[in-house]
Write a new protein. Structure first.
Length: 240
């Protein structure tokens, strides 16, 4: 079955180009020209990936992204005609996985789409593998425990004080990488490479945004974190 991509864009010429390029790659492409229609179609077709413009009629792309992120874990690639860093940061904060500024090369967009879908496939394969209960002798390495925080690799589940803590797939991967390197100072670039992949072009600000999300879910006082500590000028250290 072909992977499904929802393109949310109101420029007819760009829509035609995107649809043609993505269809040629073997994807099933659905089109929405405004924010409300995008939500309707997304709920109907359950896309594997969303290409989402920021400037849209009825409901802007940031709001569409925020709503979609509450309903699906499908990667979201945002498009904008503006290059300001604040737009990119806002997009990442509401849940976008990647960001491109117009004008862009269609070859690069297709490469970004493939990279995002490849990450989804790898996560799903890891989850399917993890769903098979490991032998008792291997169970110890499938759980990382730090006082009241437990990371269960076999279930891809995080427990905090005995309660399940809902993490997005990328938040889980980030936490796992940090936890496996407890006490080691990790640079933003290294984290970006190991968690997002060497071909990710979103910038190290992505790491900061996801760390902030993790702190909000795992720290008693996110403004004064004790588990995920900032090492000024370098990156982060997980202290458990």
């Amino acid at each position: 079955m072909n992977l499904k991509i929802l393109v949310v864009e109101d420029e007819p010429a760009l829509v035609d180009t995107l649809e043609y390029s993505l269809t040629r790659q073997g994807y099933d492409v659905s089109i929405a020209s405004d924010g409300l229609k995008a939500l309707e179609i997304a709920r109907q077709v359950q896309p594997d990936l969303v290409v989402l413009d920021v400037m849209l009629p009825n409901l802007d792309g940031f709001e569409v992204c925020r709503i979609l992120r509450q309903e699906t874990s499908a990667p979201i690639l945002m498009l904008t005609a503006r290059a300001e860093e604040v737009d990119k940061v806002v997009g990442l904060e509401v849940g976008a996985d990647d960001y491109m500024t117009k004008p862009f090369s269609m070859r690069e967009l297709v490469a970004r789409v493939k990279a995002l879908l490849r990450r989804v496939r790898l996560v799903r394969e890891e989850m399917n593998t993890a769903s098979i209960e490991p032998p008792a002798s291997e169970f110890a390495v499938e759980r990382l425990t730090f006082d009241d925080l437990i990371i269960d690799l076999s279930r891809r589940e995080v427990l905090l004080k005995g309660a399940a803590c809902h993490l997005k797939p990328k938040e889980f991967e980030l936490l796992l990488f940090l936890a496996r390197n407890r006490g080691i100072v990790l640079s933003r670039d290294l984290i970006l490479e190991r968690v997002w992949g060497w071909d990710y072009d979103g910038g190290s600000r992505t790491v900061d945004v996801h760390v902030r999300w993790l702190r909000e879910k795992l720290e008693s006082d996110p403004a004064n974190p004790l588990r995920i500590v900032t090492v000024r000028g370098i990156g982060y250290r997980f202290d458990g």
